[in-house]
Design a protein around this ligand. Sequence first.
Ligand SMILES: C[S@@+](CC[C@H](N)C(=O)[O-])C[C@H]1O[C@@H](n2cnc3c(N)ncnc32)[C@H](O)[C@@H]1O
Length: 153
Amino acid sequence: MKNVLSSNELKRFWDKFTSSYLKTSNSIDSLFTTMCNLTMLEDLNKQVKIKNVLELACGPGKGLIHLANIFQGQNATICGTDLSTKMLDVAYDNLKRRKDINVEYKNFRNSSDSQSNESDRPTFHLYECDNENMDIFHDKNFDVLLSITHSTL
Ligand SMILES: C[S@@+](CC[C@H](N)C(=O)[O-])C[C@H]1O[C@@H](n2cnc3c(N)ncnc32)[C@H](O)[C@@H]1O
């Protein structure tokens, strides 16, 4: 399915909407659905150690923070994509507060973080990209693909 809005229009919309989204994205229904999905993932991870996760349209990183809890102490790679720079900035700030994970912010910041990657913890990679063009992942494999929402829209 093609976007009705262009990639740039979508980016402008979500960049503008970031601060309102942060205030409104906590409805009980959407939190319930999110928690169900994440509980399933947590159970699955107990049975088969998951190594690679991709969260599409991760927004301000609420899902990623749940994933940081699920994969605590585990050498897993978790990638989050979003086309909004503003959303990713919030996600990055939220993840950076955690001392038990590695975080790298890719694409538009040329160099990745200098923080050392310790292997007894999950590593998070944030990518600014449109989900319609996932070429950057052409050589990657993921065990789990997630796209969750906390939205009230
Ligand atoms: C409703 S928010 C959900 C954010 C996050 N998953 C959460 O649960 O809080 C939708 C997100 O999708 C992103 N988005 C919309 N269209 C996209 C696209 N084509 N490619 C990548 N991200 C997109 C927006 O920038 C926004 O951050």
